[in-house]
Ligand binder design. Sequence first.
Ligand SMILES: *Cc1c(COP(=O)(O)O)cnc(C)c1O
Length: 362
Amino acid sequence: MPERVFNFNPGPAALPLPVLEEAQSELLNFKGTGMSVLEISHRSKEYEAINAEAEALIKELLGVPDNYRVLFLQGGASTQFAAVPMNLVPQGATADYILTGAWAEKAYQEAGKFISTHVAASTKELNYTRIPDSDEIKLSESPAYVHLCSNNTIYGTQFQSFPDFGAVPVVADMSSDILSRRFDASKFALIYAGAQKNLGPAGVTVVIIRNDLLEKIPASIPTMLRYDIHAKNDSLYNTPPAFAVYMVNLVLRWLKNSGGLEVMEKHNAEKGGLIYNAIDNSGGFYRGHAGKESRSLMNITFRLPSEDLEKEFASAATKEGMVGLKGHRSVGGIRASVYNAMSLDGCQALAQFMAAFQSKNG
Ligand SMILES: *Cc1c(COP(=O)(O)O)cnc(C)c1O
């Protein structure tokens, strides 16, 4: 095994090498404190600077308008499945969900424990091979919000563009594609993302919320689930996951220094193109799970002619330093997760391996 592998894991996932090196270089003595970030007080000026810079960089990179806050919370994206309906749905109101995969389904089911829900669209019957078209989405009378999952980590589909929902607040789970491409953040009322796919290590969840939504939170919601409490306290109401936020901040700096989202978007299109070409040029040996018009540039899912060959593929790839390619059990086959931190070299290596594996086994 080489010193560093090409890591295609779906999450926790690869982090940029310069970020890891920087964290390593200041691990024992962070900014002259004589302590690591793991040890400093979250009330110190050093940590407050990290916290403030991370919020500012997310706003800058995503072009988030001034009337939003960025929060750093715990409990993973899964906790947001409950927090979103609790905070945003007034008594008696309904929230709409677009079902495009396993995570969207989980969000919908969790919301159903507290509020009235409506399925605005679903491609479940197609085994989530595609994203519904705008004209297939049927909102309820006056939903408190419509929830969508921008990228389906498990099935490998992604909204190529976002439908226009007019005045209805849009809530998006962007756990697996946030900061991978440009989009108009002002069209969203709330965006959330667990960090461990495209933002940093596990342990912190980013919530971007429009300020007006902080005004109407029911009094009965538990303190730790309240967006208004976390906003008022700059995500420092209780002890934050300081090291995870620090790592996210280093990733954000790396993104900015790499040219920001415009460059990242091109980079990701090029990377994904290499692997999708390998699928499309295989004469049917590799079969993509996602319909072409819904393909994800973050999670690339495909099958081989047999399950035995799929096992063989994953283990042979591991021997060549490409790990984490086994697909999720609900899709089977292979999944290559190629988030921002995956290099073009890694995708080239995988595309070459796919061609070689096919010549040997096709
Ligand atoms: C991984 C993932 C989740 C769950 O994240 P946790 O942080 O493990 O709770 C939710 N939504 C999407 C889209 C994901 O990829």
